[in-house]
Design a protein around this ligand. Sequence first.
Ligand SMILES: C[S@@+](CC[C@H](N)C(=O)[O-])C[C@H]1O[C@@H](n2cnc3c(N)ncnc32)[C@H](O)[C@@H]1O
Length: 233
Amino acid sequence: MNTDPRNSARIEQNPLDEIATTAYGLGIVFGIALALLPRLSSSSITIYIMALSGFHFLEYWSTARYNSSKVNKDSFLLYNGHTYILAHLSALVEYFIEFYFFRSYKISNSFRLIQYFGFFLLLVGQIFRTTAMVTAGKSFSHIIETSHNPQHTLVTNGIYSISRHPSYTGFFWWAIGSQLFLLNPLCFFGFLYLLWTFFSQRIRYEESLLISFFKADYLNYKAKTSTLIPFIK
Ligand SMILES: C[S@@+](CC[C@H](N)C(=O)[O-])C[C@H]1O[C@@H](n2cnc3c(N)ncnc32)[C@H](O)[C@@H]1O
């Protein structure tokens, strides 16, 4: 058993009432969406809500399980900035407006292939995201580390040998896939633009720090591993 206090979750950063309420709330949202699944003429919105609720639960769970010293009430990543909340609200608004005015397009069989592809991206995105958090373990942090701490080692194995930034790649394709799945053309392009801009800047900044921490080791890793986000080398 690991008794090193540096690896333990800090109780003052994890108010148990808040953690329990948040997890319960996410479970209720998931459960309501699941119960509505067979009752609606289009199931994509309920599956999207289940995927969103599952995503936020897994963010806390994988941090708590594999990176416990860094877990805190914000690890659910529910308050991920105004743009993030606005993006999901826009997706819901677009979906419902189009469902109201162009119902036949939203439930048409002609677009099934796009939806299947979107669902596939959503699923693969979630697998990349969670696997990255599990693989990186203590080297992972929701906030970019600006100084090198001794527990932070360079991770290049497992999913990090497939993509240099698997958690970002996963999040990128998850979000793009969700808009294909919802058949939301406006949010599809909006998400694509916002996410690409966000991740290209974040990766540039994160890598400048990683190079200062790991020097040639990171440069070698970078030279042989792609990001799997289009046009981000
Ligand atoms: C939110 S995590 C994202 C990790 C990675 N960019 C990804 O997408 O899987 C950010 C932290 O991970 C660290 N990090 C990124 N790539 C890493 C790697 N290959 N090995 C160790 N730490 C890494 C960064 O220093 C930063 O503090």
